[in-house]
Design a binder for this molecule. Structure first.
Ligand SMILES: [Zn+2]
Ligand SMILES: [Zn+2]
Length: 436
């Protein structure tokens, strides 16, 4: 069997891995988020020869280039979970909105993709020409799956993005797995990547929000539409309810609200506890009296409040409604910009954290004088968890470490080799084909 890494090798972004064993299966096909997005290194001859695409989850670094495949002659299906199908509609439409100047495809290709999805349930294997494929729970975000591909003589497991810990909304990744070959993400693969507990993270986050509200400031939380956005919102909601957080309005702007609706529609994929709370409607965490949506186009109703919490997309400050809030509130020292989750290299979120005191939007420069902090919410497992995940896979012989900045992938590979007896690790190069 050949495996080719068309992206996400020694980088985060544009995940696209092809397995060739009788048929050609492409695992994910994403973009690399940046001011100028980058795409997988796939040529149209390869694209035309693909038999099948399997999508792990909705995030654009995994899904964002699939419509481009249809634009270049791909005619097959995309295997997908139900929530992922619902979520990509939202994310792909938004991607096109933000990339009007040089879009890699149009809404026509997005529609073709949506018509070509085959919905698969978790844990239910399905057969293809030469393999059996099965989705397993990955934690991470709603609908996120690990992918098992079993052929006559190989058992491949692709992690996609995983979180083995349970979060406020989701169960952790499945751990009863068997594979000879594991393709493993390493977003937080460095030895120094240690996530505090969910409780510590939540407490630190709420303390930080409270400090800003007490001095009469507003808190701007740029968020991914999907994933951390919901975790943060539910954390705020639970502290508001228990009196641990100052009573102020929480404004939701951008796709967070629509994503929230999709989460609620797909509640059977959330934790049992959340399903129970939805059923007893007075405790429904999706319908809090503290949530508001800006009513005026200029968002004047939000700015009228002395104190407020604002959740707005995009998470890495590459456009989206969050930019209007930074424009209006970013210069005031009383306010706070609270970044959450991974900030990829080359994004404005990352540059701000590295000390650049401004952001750019529509060719204009906005000086940022408000306080900037980062809350360690994460939908990914950390170093130790990734090692223990690899250890838990039965029959494992080799691990291909992907989806991480080079040094992080290497540190994870080294640790796995040291701690998992008889397991060989490889950190593939971009574009590399490896015979396994
Ligand atoms: Zn992801
Ligand atoms: Zn990812």
């Amino acid at each position: 069997m050949n495996v080719t890494f068309f992206g996400a090798a020694r980088e985060v972004g544009r995940s696209a891995i092809m397995l060739e064993a009788g048929e050609k299966i492409l695992l994910d096909c994403g973009i690399k988020p940046a001011k100028e997005p980058e795409y997988p290194l796939l040529d149209s001859k390869t694209i035309k020869s693909l038999d099948r695409v399997v999508l792990s989850h909705a995030h654009l670094d995994h899904s964002g280039y699939i419509p481009g495949l249809y634009g270049q002659g791909y005619k097959g299906q995309v295997e997908i979970t139900k929530p992922t199908r619902d979520l990509i509609q939202l994310l792909l439409a938004d991607f096109l909105r933000l990339n009007k100047i040089n879009p890699p495809y149009s809404q026509v290709e997005v529609s073709r993709l949506l018509k070509s999805t085959s919905i698969r349930e978790f844990d239910e294997p399905f057969k293809t020409k030469s393999s059996t494929i099965r989705f397993r729970t990955a934690g991470h975000i709603l609908g996120a799956a690990m992918t098992e591909v079993h052929t006559a003589n190989r058992k491949i497991l692709y992690s996609g993005d995983i979180d083995i810990r349970e979060s406020r909304l989701l169960d952790g990744a499945a751990t009863d797995l068997e594979a000879d070959t594991l393709i493993l993400e390493s977003t937080y693969g460095a030895k120094s990547d240690k996530h505090p507990s969910l409780k510590t993270t939540g407490k630190g986050f709420i303390d930080s929000v409270n400090r800003t509200l007490k001095r009469g400031g507003k808190v701007i939380i740029p968020t991914f539409a999907i994933g951390r956005g919901q975790e943060i919102l539910f954390t705020l909601e639970s502290y508001l309810r228990s009196g641990g957080l100052e009573r102020v309005p929480i404004y939701l702007d951008g796709m967070v609200t629509r994503a929230l609706r999709i989460y609620r529609h797909n509640a059977i994929y959330l934790k049992k506890e959340i399903q129970r709370r939805i059923l007893t409607s007075e405790d429904d965490p999706f319908k809090s009296e503290f949530y508001f949506i800006p009513q005026r186009k200029d968002r004047g109703d939000v700015f009228e409040h002395d104190r407020a919490i604002i959740l707005a997309t995009s998470g890495m400050l590459n456009g989206g409604p969050v930019m209007s809030y930074l424009d209006k509130l970013g210069s005031d020292e009383r306010n706070k910009l609270l970044l959450v989750g991974y900030q990829a290299a080359g994004t404005q979120g990352r540059e701000l954290l590295e000390g650049r005191g401004y952001v750019e939007t529509e060719g204009r420069r906005i000086d940022i004088n408000c306080e900037i902090e980062q809350a360690p919410f994460s939908g990914h497992s950390d170093h130790a968890e990734l090692v223990s995940f690899a250890k838990s896979v039965k029959g494992l012989k080799s691990v291909y470490v992907v989806h991480g900045e080079g040094s992080k992938s290497y540190e994870l590979a080294e640790a796995i080799e040291a701690q998992c007896k008889g397991v060989q690790t490889i950190v593939p190069e971009l574009g590399e084909t490896i015979r396994i």
